[in-house]
Design a binder for this molecule. Structure first.
Ligand code: AHR
Length: 320
């Protein structure tokens, strides 16, 4: 049984054949978190581009990092009678009520990049990466690169209560568990921003003998790592060698840092969440095709040996 209205009836009535022909008739509301990182900016750009390419009327709402703004935006999309809603949820909890409201209005919701702790019958599908696996890949890189050496790690967490902060932390801890020589000695949120990443790294450096007692930085995203790299340099140390730097996202700037030997590894998160989301919505709207509950994107590890300059050149015009 379908839980949301579809346009299958409209197909029969109008005689439209191609799935994409219906996309032009779709109005989609997009509740975006904000613009905290280069990755987020790219996701916004690509979502707008994908909508335009498919003839989708996209209504965009920037929540400026506030869940209450996202809830307001969703209610406004419901009141406008949009055909579907894309939601990048800032935190994992507190969505049940508004998702129920969308379901009652028969408006399918697709989650982008972050996850919620609500029942999965409250949304159509979620497009994103395996967030815990990303943390594990980052942790495994460190395990493989420090060997038996004692290694004190400082961790810059993402936004408190967000699914990537929770899961990337868990994944990294899983990878280093059983390696008693590697220990997370300080861990604090840097809110996924460069400014906060730099600020918190400065406090880590002060607390850890000017940084001399730190072996590695694990940042839940590249922007925080880039801010922290600046702090490490200002403290008179060499990021990438005195302090190893591993992070997540694969934004262009981290490849510049890798090319300069100042960052060591990053795990790629594609900013094109909208492509698979619109594909799923179009199929669902056209003939009721139910997508899987989770559409997983790839997580690829990049290191200094992956020609970072060339990757930077490739990525620099991709909306970051
Ligand atoms: O939810 C994905 C995360 O959100 C990205 O890794 C980070 O950069 C961001 O803003």
């Amino acid at each position: 049984m379908k839980i949301f209205k579809t346009l299958a009836g409209a197909v029969a009535l109008t005689g439209l054949m191609a799935g994409s022909a219906l996309a032009a008739d779709m109005t989609v509301g997009f509740s975006q978190i904000g613009s905290e990182s280069g990755w987020r900016a790219a996701e916004t750009t690509l979502t707008k581009e994908q909508a335009e390419k498919r003839g989708i009327d996209l209504k965009f709402a920037d929540a400026q990092q506030k869940q209450e703004n996202q809830i307001k935006a969703i209610r406004s999309f419901i009141a406008q009678g949009v055909d579907a809603i894309l939601l990048a949820p800032v935190v994992a909890t507190g969505w049940d009520q508004v998702l129920e409201e969308a379901k009652d209005a028969e408006i399918p919701v697709v989650l982008l990049d972050r996850q919620v702790d609500s029942s999965d019958d409250l949304y159509l599908t979620a497009v994103g990466s395996d967030l815990e696996h990303e943390g594990e890949v980052a942790g495994q890189w460190l395990v493989d690169n420090v060997g038996d050496k004692d290694c004190n790690v400082v961790e810059l967490q993402g936004t408190t209560g967000s699914s990537p902060a929770i899961k990337r932390k868990a994944g990294f801890e899983k990878a280093i568990s059983g390696h008693d020589n590697i220990e997370i000695v300080r861990s604090q949120t840097g809110d996924f921003t460069r400014t906060k990443g730099k600020e918190v790294m400065e406090s880590f450096l002060k607390a850890e003998n000017g940084g001399k007692d730190i072996c590695a930085l694990y940042a839940h995203n590249d922007d925080m790592a880039v801010g922290a790299i600046q702090a490490i340099k200002e403290a008179g140390l060499k990021p990438g060698s005195d302090i190893l730097v591993v992070s997540i996202d694969a934004v262009p700037d981290i490849f510049l840092a890798m090319a300069a030997g100042e960052a060591n590894a990053t795990v790629e998160l594609t900013p094109n969440m909208a492509g698979p989301a619109f594909d799923a919505l179009e199929a669902y709207k056209n003939d009721g095709t139910m997508p899987p509950k989770f559409i997983q994107t790839e997580s690829k590890l990049f290191t200094q040996s992956d020609d970072p300059k060339a990757v930077y050149e490739e990525k620099k015009n991709q909306g970051y």
